[in-house]
Design a protein around this ligand. Structure first.
Ligand SMILES: Cc1cc2nc3c(=O)[nH]c(=O)nc-3n(C[C@H](O)[C@H](O)[C@H](O)COP(=O)(O)OP(=O)(O)OC[C@H]3O[C@@H](n4cnc5c(N)ncnc54)[C@H](O)[C@@H]3O)c2cc1C
Length: 327
């Protein structure tokens, strides 16, 4: 008898990469999604940044996750017939003397190799970095899966979960705070981005000075992103717009006219690591979420963990297993 199907709740980045990965592993699934209106994945710039924060911190698990992510998005791009992955670099200016000293000390100790390509008088070039076109991925996947009947539009009611025979996996992003994993202590951080018509930027270089400008081929650029921990609304604000425009002006020396402003919520676990695995008290429930601001890097790794678990019973990596979150 075939194993009962997986039901994936949510078609953001987490649900999309999970569904595609299960399909590659020959595992059957269905999906329900409430619409992309509130999906963080439609707001995200899709950047993978290997070194982040004021103290130049090497992104957690970057060395293992980078090749896996690169291969996975390349395979998705071939399968869906849309370009997804752009290899880039990030030119980041430091804003204080302390930032410069920290970077130089870390470079001298070799702890950021091979992710810093150059350090000069005012800035550093970080890379390789990448950008994944999330709207293109989500749109192509939705078209295919709506067409073949595997994705249905609607809001899953968690109280009806007993009616489903297989595993139900929560990929609902910020809505996971209201579902069966609500006790995990998740927090949100509101983020906003602008889109603007900006010509003359090098296509392969993200400019970064507190906030960043991401050039998009075709004379558009994305400017982002704000972080407002604890704010729960997704309304664009004047304050965020002004902050982002000020950075853009500083980075380009030009006044910038935005064409759109978007806001979304990032979901994070208390230890800021992603969350995957089965509910400790209700094992027919699972989760693949809390991608924070690094969803693009981690989603393929989390999806592979689920595929291996469902195929062979393999344990989830304890560092990201939901069981770690104090049940
Ligand atoms: C401004 C901003 C910039 C960002 N930039 C980057 C970046 O450059 N790089 C990066 O890696 N990450 C970035 N992120 C983070 C990234 O957006 C997230 O890590 C990732 O998109 C989260 O994906 P998700 O699938 O978990 O959630 P979402 O994308 O929020 O998707 C959840 C889906 O579930 C659906 N849903 C919810 N509840 C239900 C229900 N009960 N039934 C059915 N469907 C439901 C929703 O409708 C939605 O479609 C950024 C985030 C923000 C806000």
């Amino acid at each position: 008898m075939p194993a009962p199907e997986v039901l994936i709740v949510g078609q953001g980045l987490a649900g999309t990469v999970l569904a595609w990965t299960l399909e590659q592993a020959g595992i059957g699934w269905r999906m329900i999604d409430a619409g992309h209106g509130a999906a963080a994945s439609h707001v995200a710039a899709g950047i993978i940044n290997p070194v982040t924060g004021l103290r130049w911190v090497r992104t957690w698990r970057i060395d293992a996750c980078w090749p896996e992510a690169k291969a996975a998005y390349a395979a998705m791009a071939r399968d869906f017939g849309v370009p997804l992955w752009r290899e880039m670099r990030i030119r980041r200016w430091w804003r204080t003397e302390r930032e410069r000293r920290d970077l130089e000390a870390k470079c001298a100790r070799g702890v950021l190799a091979p992710w810093v390509q150059e350090v000069n008088a005012t800035n550093a070039v970080l890379g390789p970095a990448a950008q994944v076109d999330l709207p293109a991925l989500l749109t192509a996947a939705r078209r295919r899966w709506s067409g073949d009947g595997r994705l249905s539009e609607g809001r899953f009611d968690w109280s009806s979960r007993a009616g489903h025979e297989g595993v139900v996996i929560d990929c609902s992003g910020a809505a996971a705070r209201q579902g069966p994993f609500a006790t995990c202590g998740f927090a949100v951080s509101k983020g906003e981005v602008l889109r603007a018509a900006l010509t003359g930027l090098a296509d392969d270089t993200i400019l970064h000075r507190g906030q960043w400008i991401l050039p998009v081929p075709g004379a558009e650029a994305w400017i982002g992103a704000t972080h407002e921990p604890g704010r729960e609304d997704t309304e664009p604000t004047v304050a965020a717009r002004e902050k982002l425009l000020a950075t853009a002006q500083r980075l380009t020396g030009r006044s910038v006219m935005p064409t759109a402003q978007l806001a979304g919520l990032r979901l994070a676990a208390p230890d800021r690591k992603p969350v995957v695995g089965r509910h400790p008290h209700e094992p027919r429930l699972g989760i693949c979420s809390a991608l924070g601001s690094k969803g693009v890097l981690y989603a393929p790794w989390l999806a592979r963990q689920w595929a291996e678990h469902l195929r062979t019973g393999a344990a989830f990596d304890p560092a990201i297993d939901v069981a770690r979150l104090g049940w």
